[in-house]
Design a protein around this ligand. Sequence first.
Ligand SMILES: Cc1cc2nc3c(=O)[nH]c(=O)nc-3n(C[C@H](O)[C@H](O)[C@H](O)COP(=O)(O)OP(=O)(O)OC[C@H]3O[C@@H](n4cnc5c(N)ncnc54)[C@H](O)[C@@H]3O)c2cc1C
Length: 360
Amino acid sequence: MTDQITEHQAIETDALIVGAGPAGLFQAFQLGLLEISSHIVDALPYAGGQCIELYPDKPIYDIPGLPFCTGRQLVGNLLEQLAPFKPVMHLGQMISGFEKRPDGRFAVTTSTGAVFWVKCVVVAAGVGAFQPKRLAIEGIDRFQGKQLFYPLGPAEGFAGKSVLLVGGDDVALDWATALAAAAATARPKSIALLHRRDVLQASLEATTRFKAACEDGAVSFAVGQITGYVEENGVMAAVQVMDVEGQTRPMPVDAVLVFLGLSPRLGPIADWGLEMERKQVPVDTEKFSTRIPGVFAVGDINTYLGKKKLILSAFHECALAAFGVAAHIRPDSKIPLQYTTTSTRLHTLLGVAPVSAAGN
Ligand SMILES: Cc1cc2nc3c(=O)[nH]c(=O)nc-3n(C[C@H](O)[C@H](O)[C@H](O)COP(=O)(O)OP(=O)(O)OC[C@H]3O[C@@H](n4cnc5c(N)ncnc54)[C@H](O)[C@@H]3O)c2cc1C
């Protein structure tokens, strides 16, 4: 074990779930039913994976027993179902390190320095961690975190600044209107939104709010692209903006907030020795275990004969993977199958009132 890992306060739990999408959330629930503790890590600052990131308000019609729900409702339901097990989520952090410990457990580290010592890892990483698409301007990255931001969290911290937002989708527009609506003490000095086209790619609601903020004079809108920046005394004083006519001019800025969408990146998981097949992890269909004993994979990240990337498939995989994890952790115990309807033990775990013999 490296010194770096032992120096940190390691979090010890039975299983670490990588990904808080529908698979990761339901995995934690299934592990809870088998009395296996788990923590969940996700790169996004919120749970829900693709359901929240890609289609929060779109309808889903093929969840068993739920004729209709949106992505957001499904995630809300999964979180409610999971609540009795008091899930511990570590959001806004990427898995960075993975190694086997001499005691047979795994040491897993994250980008924020969290360290886990776990008996099993369940990879529920979907199509990868959603990462903001970067501005392709050489050298501009050095201002990241100081004057250049790829925001995922709340619209705060820009009071009194000249802020330029880049992008034309709902997120960019909502950020612009949220900054404009901030209390006077928290409001930026100026707010401009720059989009490469004069047509915004946002919902009617977000566009209406944004246009109202523009009409109020709180936000200005420009069409063009950032092609460079002007540095003065180590500070980004302005960005060079090329307009639709090809004319480039400097635009003074204190902060640039970039909203060019997210793209998935699997990250270091690809280097764990899991024998990737086209960015997916081969598993067996009995326990959904990978080639590394103690490491399981569920949901969109895995592959096997007949795999279908559906939430329904992920849920089934989570149930069987939970039994696989239980067998790995307690190799000498028989793991009984219990029904949530009738098992008093499960009722206790779920914190629900026992059902009378009459079934009321
Ligand atoms: C537009 C659209 C519509 C869809 N409609 C349906 C439908 O109607 N019915 C249906 O069944 N399916 C539908 N799907 C597919 C469904 O969304 C996926 O099958 C499902 O989201 C897979 O769940 P998952 O938990 O495996 O992965 P994801 O939802 O992708 O979640 C994975 C999570 O893991 C995190 N992660 C990945 N790598 C790391 C890392 N290294 N460190 C930290 N975190 C990491 C990611 O940030 C992400 O939050 C749809 C998909 C799309 C794009």
